[in-house]
Ligand binder design. Structure first.
Ligand code: ASP
Ligand code: MG
Length: 417
């Protein structure tokens, strides 16, 4: 069995959805479980709906929601004839669920409503695609993943209940050739919808691969595979044919947006290879990620924009001791802050992190009784894995570098832009 994951970009237009049959037909002799995200930018649009709803700006919430409805209705009209009515009835049910929420005053926390409303994006896309494939004679079975993937009620970043999910998967009857279900969403024991964090469909696909002991997971994308740098920033970015799980974990740690960081562990635990492949040209090989160590990698470049540097100095020039460091890490954990770089000196600690205004403000306040705090903003953080002197000098030439950190494998440099 193979698991396929199709992201928002693979179904963001009628034209792209129409590419799916030729891909699936290539694998007609295999059993496929297909995990699909919401179409295009639907999740962002639904996020807007929730924000307006929670601010009790019903008019704007409905305006944004109607736009989403219209987009999905148009897609359905362009794709379906025979199955149009059936699909339309189902979509209308989903729309109604949202409208009923919008009709009632919010009484619970924001994250709860976020999940109830945002989760519909995946339900809409899978419904349309399942009916469409059926219409072009690709038999398939659509499952509501919320009956399978069980989570706690940590809305917006729900944790998987592995035991329950495993039980559910083993009792579900999969289609002999194609089963379709939603990425990114799940549900609590009370059947309230939950989401797994933005871009979480990759993770869903990895969970299915793990629990079904799949032979591989293929993530179909609109790029040729994993590149050594962002091709939008580096015109000479190159495709990497093969990577190890460990390398991908390192790359995501430093901020490379290859795949959702939680995706690797379920695959690594069962040595299930991950293939990142283009749906635009399926003859390209893509990138294969597996447990096998890979040597001689090209320099891998990650740039994180919009960084802040917090400089903490001990108040009385005393050494930075374990207590101060422990207190600081406790603050990170309370504020759910993940620093991108930390450097500890004799009487100071420097922390580079994404510029999130309110978190930085809270961090400043909470550490002010231990340290004098200085903040610099408008910075960029460059990370190069497998660096050479040549690439390091080239990328840092003329940069106003204020902090660097270097190991044998990795160099990081923070500079003003
Ligand atoms: N639709 C969700 C998002 O845009 C999940 C995903 O795409 O993986 O974040
Ligand atoms: Mg996506």
């Amino acid at each position: 069995m193979k698991i396929f994951k199709f992201g928002g970009a693979s179904c963001n237009s009628v034209e792209r959805i129409k590419k799916l049959p030729s891909i699936i037909n290539k694998f007609s002799h295999e059993q496929i479980v297909m995990i699909i995200s919401a179409m295009g930018k639907t999740t962002n649009a639904l996020e807007q709906v929730v924000s307006y709803y929670y601010k009790e700006n019903i008019e704007e919430a409905l305006k944004h929601f109607n736009f989403i409805k219209q987009q999905h209705n148009e897609t359905t009209k362009s794709l379906l004839i025979k199955n149009f009515d059936k699909c339309n009835t189902k979509l209308t049910e989903y729309f109604k669920t949202i409208e009923q929420f919008i009709d009632t005053k919010p009484t619970r926390e924001f994250d709860y409503y976020y999940d109830q409303i945002v989760s519909i994006g995946e339900l809409l896309s899978t419904c349309i695609i399942s009916f469409y494939l059926n219409e072009v004679a690709i038999e398939n079975k659509l499952l509501d993943v919320r009956n399978i993937l069980k989570t706690d009620n940590n809305f917006r970043d729900a944790n998987i209940n592995w035991d329950k999910t495993k039980n559910n998967i083993s009792s579900v009857q999969l289609h002999p050739s194609l089963t379709i279900t939603q990425g990114f969403i799940g549900s609590t024991n009370y059947n309230e919808s939950t989401t797994l964090g933005r871009e979480g469909s990759d993770y869903t696909a990895a969970i299915f691969a793990n629990l079904l002991n799949a032979e591989s997971l293929t993530i179909w994308k609109d790029v040729d595979g994993v590149m050594n740098a962002d091709p939008k920033l580096f015109s000479d970015a190159q495709l990497i044919n093969e990577l190890s799980f460990n390398e991908v974990i390192e790359m995501s740690y430093y901020g490379a947006q290859v795949i959702h960081p939680k995706t690797i562990k379920p695959l690594q635990n069962k040595s299930i290879p991950l293939i990142v492949k283009s749906f635009l040209d399926i003859n390209l090989q893509g990138t294969i990620i597996s447990a096998k160590p890979v040597n001689n990698l090209p320099p891998i470049i990650v740039i994180k924009e919009n960084q802040a540097l917090i400089q903490l100095h001990t108040k009385d020039f005393s050494f930075v001791g374990e207590e101060a460091v422990a207190a600081l890490y406790k603050i990170f954990s309370e504020l759910k802050i993940k620093p991108n770089l930390i450097q500890t000196g004799a009487i100071s600690i420097q922390i580079c992190l994404d510029y999130w205004e309110d978190k930085i403000h809270q961090l400043t306040e909470l550490s002010a009784n231990l340290f004098n705090v200085k903040i610099a903003t408008g910075l960029q953080l460059l990370t190069i894995r497998h660096y050479t002197d040549e690439i390091k000098n080239k990328l840092l030439q003329g940069k106003n570098v204020i902090l660097t950190q270097q190991t044998k494998e990795t160099i990081q440099a923070l500079y003003l832009i």
